[in-house]
Write a protein that binds this ligand. Structure first.
Ligand code: IMP
Length: 430
């Protein structure tokens, strides 16, 4: 049976929610493998809108196992609230339908406080984070002072873990002019939330490997996008996890051989939230128009997204680092009505032509996009369900993108409605 990884191939917000939902109908298990509640996944199922942050998209469909893998950072209080909200919409969540890896690090209140204090303090250090404590929690994980789900099960261990974390965090807080953490209050809060989290705790690596052996289909649901990857993104303006497809294995406890198909989600233009380089960003009416037509506002923070032309050089790069087998191209309809469209095919760096974005920040800043101009189309592509429904120039645009990014289109999405999808290759096909 085929297992599929879905990853964002730009700066996130590529429209993964709809595609993941579409695929999750065919999957038996849906697993998150990185990120946390910085993600905002909107699903529309039978006209009902579900907004998810930490929960895998599979939870809204009955009969599926949803998994939060060890590569995720989990805010237990946020999760409990998210579960309550989704239950109010009639969704059933039980320990049989949701499992959380025992080795998942917990986001604690002081992680969020630190995240927001850093963002507020210094404009040079500002990343434009979601302020949800994602970075500080991952720092604690690699700093070997995180509190993990399994630690909630034993009061003595939990206290030891808290003390270990506080040695570091109280020193940091004193430097930032913040009060020390109230140790006993934190331990009491953790002990209170513990049973609500522990009921879902499981050796996820074991469950997933058994599911795989039993021939079940696993969908690995990525959050954010490859250009926000901690190693391959526009560092330091990135998130704090590996976002690329290779993380699906390490973030759940499966071998790389468990992945049969990597689907990269790609928007037909480019957007970004937060600070950092964005070579094809548009500061003009065209950018305004993309933002308005595409409803480009962040689902987590409500911030206006920056908009720009499609950057084929960047997507070629992210498809390579994630080993993308096929892309799902989304929001093509937002380009309807443009007389001409620009596609970035590389960069001019001090008179030298590059076909990739260099790593050094000063070089990135000096990169001037090299554009190709292609004719647009006046007809509507919204709701198209077959190639025949698309204007000739839209097909040419899609075909040209495939050539430039060296990766075929597996799916084409033409509206938020799940049926408005053109299937070229089924990622789950054996
Ligand atoms: P953090 O993940 O909250 O640390 O934020 C780091 C960067 O990643 C910021 O630029 C955020 O705007 C961006 N980011 C985090 N999560 C998402 C997402 O789900 N979509 C788009 N951008 C995101």
């Amino acid at each position: 049976m085929a297992n599929v990884v879905v990853v964002g191939a730009q700066w996130g917000d590529e429209g993964k929610g709809k595609i993941v939902d579409w695929l999750s109908e065919r999957a038996d298990v849906i697993a998150r493998f990185q990120g946390g509640h910085n993600a905002g996944h909107t699903l529309v199922v039978d006209g009902e809108v579900f907004k998810l942050n930490a929960l895998p998209s599979g939870v809204v469909r009955g009969g599926k196992l949803s998994v939060i893998g060890n590569g995720v950072v989990l805010d237990p209080w946020h999760l409990v609230t998210e579960i309550e909200k989704i239950r109010e919409q009639g969704v059933v969540i039980t320990p049989e339908t949701l499992m959380i890896a025992e080795n998942t690090p917990l986001i604690l209140p002081f992680h969020g406080e630190l995240d927001r204090a850093r963002e507020a303090q210094n404009s040079v250090a500002k990343i434009g984070t979601t302020g949800r404590g994602i970075g500080p929690c991952y720092e604690d994980k690699v700093g070997r002072r995180a509190i993990r789900v399994a630690d909630l099960a034993d009061k003595a261990t939990l206290e030891l873990r808290v003390d270990r974390a506080l040695v570091h965090h109280n020193a940091l807080r004193s430097g930032l002019g913040q009060e020390p953490i109230d140790r006993d209050a934190l331990i009491a809060m953790l002990n209170e939330i513990a049973p609500q989290i522990l009921q879902y705790a499981a050796p996820v690596w074991k469950v997933l490997n058994e599911k795989r052996r039993a021939g079940k289909r696993i969908l690995f649901e990525g959050a954010q996008g490859a250009l926000l990857d901690i190693d391959f993104g526009t560092y330091p303006f990135v998130t704090s996890s590996n976002v690329i497809a290779g993380q699906a294995a390490a973030g759940t406890g499966m071998g790389p051989g468990a992945i049969d198909f990597v689907l990269g989600i790609v928007k037909a233009y480019t957007t970004r939230v937060g600070e950092g380089p964005f070579p094809t960003e548009l500061d003009d009416d065209d950018g305004q128009r993309l933002g308005e037509r595409g409803h480009e506002f962040g689902t987590v923070t409500g911030r206006k997204r920056r908009c720009g032309w499609f950057d084929a050089a960047l997507v070629r790069q992210t498809c390579a680092v994630s080993g993308v087998n096929g892309i799902a191209l989304t929001k093509l309809d937002v380009l309807d009505g443009f007389e001409t469209l620009k596609i970035c095919i590389g960069y001019d760096l001090d008179g030298k032509q590059l076909d990739y974005l260099p790593t050094a920040a000063d070089q990135q800043a000096r990169c001037v996009p090299i554009y190709e101009e292609v004719p647009g189309w006046s007809e509507s592509t919204e709701g198209a369900r077959s190639w025949n429904d698309l204007p000739a120039n839209a097909i040419k645009y899609v075909r040209h993108i495939e050539e430039l990014i060296q990766c075929p289109v597996a799916l084409l999405s033409t509206s938020p409605e799940r049926e408005d999808t053109i299937l070229v290759t089924d990622p789950f096909a054996d």
